[in-house]
Design a protein around this ligand. Structure first.
Ligand code: PGA
Length: 253
């Protein structure tokens, strides 16, 4: 049985005081132990959010990390800085980072390796554009990302440190959700790709999230799919909808 994992990606939203107010208002309701719940605020709010969740089962995640340990990288954040703030998870390869900040698969791979080296958990995002889907290239695109982003990652490491998030780019922030069949089809494909790259046992146990306009109203159906083990939630993680998504994930499944 794979433990479900619901992560909230706040992106570039909430000031410190807004983050504090929001987490204070939801923390009791998302403090559950049957599933993993992760909050990923902006760097500025990590420490404050950690103070509010450290006595609960809710975990702290970051939205990005640099692959070097330290040095002259103005504006960047190192993994030790994240660890010192209480971070246990890190989103990597999000399509917004690939698209707006030119993150290549090689950079994503370096980040994944750094996260593993420090024994944090990477939420590795993969997914195709609408054009790629319309051209029926989505499986090839996602397979290619997996192969490149997980280059040189061992069986032990993938088992212990990697969660995959399938996020079709056309469904992110658009209000258009992949149908549960489309999401299931790709998550199944990702599992079979992991089986080819590693083995059946690792594929059976790796957790695969779906992300892209997940809301309280569609979470139940998406999460009831065989190969979908959780959700990476953007917009809806900023509202009480997140509580509803967490609740649906552990009460109905
Ligand atoms: P969305 O974002 O839920 O707002 O579509 C998901 C994500 O980008 O992780």
């Amino acid at each position: 049985m794979r433990k479900k994992i619901i992560a909230g990606n706040w992106k570039m939203n909430y000031t410190l005081s807004q983050a504090e107010e929001f987490v204070t208002s939801i923390v009791k309701q998302i403090n559950v132990d049957d599933i993993d719940v992760v909050l990923c605020p902006n760097f500025v709010s990590l420490d404050r959010v950690y103070d509010l969740i450290c006595q609960t089962n809710v975990k702290l995640g970051a939205q990005n990390v640099h692959y070097e340990d330290k040095g002259a990288y103005t504006g960047e954040t190192s993994i030790d800085m994240l660890i010192s703030a209480g971070v246990e998870y890190c989103i990597v390869g999000h399509s917004e980072r690939r698209q707006y900040f030119n993150e290549t698969d090689e950079i994503v791979n370096k980040k994944v390796k750094k996260i593993i080296e420090k024994d944090l958990k990477a939420i590795l995002c993969v997914g195709e554009t609408l054009e790629q889907r319309n051209n029926n290239e989505m499986f090839k695109v996602v397979e290619d990302q997996l192969v490149k982003d997980l280059k040189d990652i061992t069986k032990e490491q993938i088992k212990r440190n990697i969660i995959i998030a399938y996020e079709p780019i056309w469904a992110i922030g658009t209000g258009v959700t992949a149908t549960s069949m489309q999401a299931q089809e790709m998550c199944k494909f990702i599992r079979s790709t992991i089986a080819k790259m590693y083995n059946e046992n690792i594929a059976e146990n790796i957790r695969i999230q779906y992300g892209g306009s997940v809301k309280a109203s569609n979470a139940k159906e998406l999460l009831s799919m065989e190969d979908i083990d959780g959700a990476l939630v953007g917009g809806a993680s900023l509202t009480n909808d997140f509580v509803a998504i967490v609740t649906v994930s552990y009460t109905h499944l």
